[in-house]
Design a protein around this ligand. Structure first.
Ligand SMILES: *Cc1c(COP(=O)(O)O)cnc(C)c1O
Length: 356
């Protein structure tokens, strides 16, 4: 029996999307492929509130995170971390021999605009990497405030990991001046894993033109140049299956309405947060809690593995804490196509199992 997933990716994928993944193949050097890819980019621009070009990558989101920091850092990258995924982004810079420094706050705390300002005031950095929604701690960083600070440093490239938020939370890329905004297929966009996408600004492309060693597969400039020259076809064979599904899913997202979709995520998050505060506690300060995943402090010292086993017998699955928070927290995702009704069912089942 397949379980209903309330883990922060991969998410449940509806039957119609799975059917779209089974669309017969087309040649990737055909007019049809160009049209499909152009259609996806046009629709994604609306979800991202941007005029910038969209790049697709047949990889999970980590590929584009690596590509961004490697392709666009000339001088030195400032990577801000408030949990596991920020730490990984820093490690990607190190592993690619990209000069970088990490500015990590306590897990559960946000990356603040003040910290970004302090770091950039040194003048040492030409690229900033910020996690929008830190999935390991359930913190959603104050991206609007950070964007305000970034306006003081117009020469610095502003990269955002929006992997676990884009499509569930409004992120106005152009308004916020985000140069590279990255997401993955298997979180709020409700597709299977294996595809990622980002927006990229002229400024980021200009920076990349001055970077000599950008790698190959994740060279964002090479992908950009190729799709301009070849009518939206990609340098290597892309996952056409994902593209059929994504093109279809984006129409479904517009059918629901972006604002309705964001409101649904907000509503589910409020419900889970209220429950968490009553029965346990929140890891993050409430004003920085995520609308797509809640990290619950395990104040009752329950055995999360046992809880998940009991939930599994009823066909549900949640997530334990991440890394050093493994036993101290557990996480409930409320993203993609999940509904408030399902969230209510899940939480009352947890109450029943734990006798709360
Ligand atoms: C899931 C996740 C990642 C990793 O994305 P993949 O698609 O698994 O490579 C990175 N950052 C955040 C915030 C995530 O939630």
């Amino acid at each position: 029996m397949y379980k209903k997933l309330f883990i922060p990716g991969p998410v449940n994928v509806t039957e119609d999307i799975l059917q779209k993944m089974a669309t017969p193949m087309i040649g990737h050097r055909t007019k049809e492929a160009s049209n499909l890819q152009r259609s996806i980019s046009d629709k994604l621009r609306k979800v991202m509130y941007t005029e910038n070009e969209i790049l697709l990558s047949t990889s999970s989101g980590s590929g584009l995170m690596e590509g961004a920091v490697r392709s666009c850092t000339q001088k030195r990258a400032a990577v801000f971390s408030c949990g596991n995924f920020g730490n990984r982004w820093y490690q990607m810079a190190v592993d690619n021999n990209v000069p970088a420094d990490k500015f990590e706050v306590e897990w559960g705390e946000p990356t603040t605009a003040e910290l970004v300002d302090q770091v950039l005031a040194t003048g040492k950095y030409d690229l900033v990497a910020v996690t929008h929604n830190e999935t390991s701690t359930g913190v959603m960083n104050p991206v609007e405030e950070i964007a305000q600070v970034m306006k003081k440093y117009p020469e610095v490239i502003f990269c955002i990991d929006a992997i676990s938020s884009l499509g569930g939370v409004k992120i106005e890329v152009d308004e916020l001046g985000i140069d590279i905004c990255i997401t993955s297929s298997q979180k709020c966009l409700s597709l299977p894993p294996g595809l990622s996408l980002c927006s990229i600004s002229e400024k980021a492309l200009e920076a990349a033109r001055k970077v000599k060693f950008r790698g190959t597969y994740f060279d964002l400039l090479q992908i950009y140049d190729y799709i301009q020259k070849k009518d939206y076809q990609y340098p290597s064979t892309p996952s056409l299956s994902h593209m059929f599904a994504l093109d279809y899913q984006l129409d479904k997202i517009f059918e629901e309405g972006l604002e309705n979709r964001f409101a649904r995520h907000r509503e589910m998050a409020n419900y889970v947060r209220k429950w968490a505060k009553e029965k346990f506690a929140l890891l993050a300060q409430e004003q920085f809690t995520s609308n797509t995943v809640t990290c619950v402090k395990n104040t009752r010292e329950i055995n999360v593995g046992d809880l998940n086993k009991a939930l599994g017998e009823k066909g549900y699955m949640i997530s334990n804490g991440y890394g050093k928070l493994k036993e101290k927290t557990f996480r409930i995702a409320h993203m993609a196509e999940a509904t408030l009704t399902e969230i209510r069912e899940l939480l009352s089942l947890i109450d029943e199992i734990l006798g709360l």
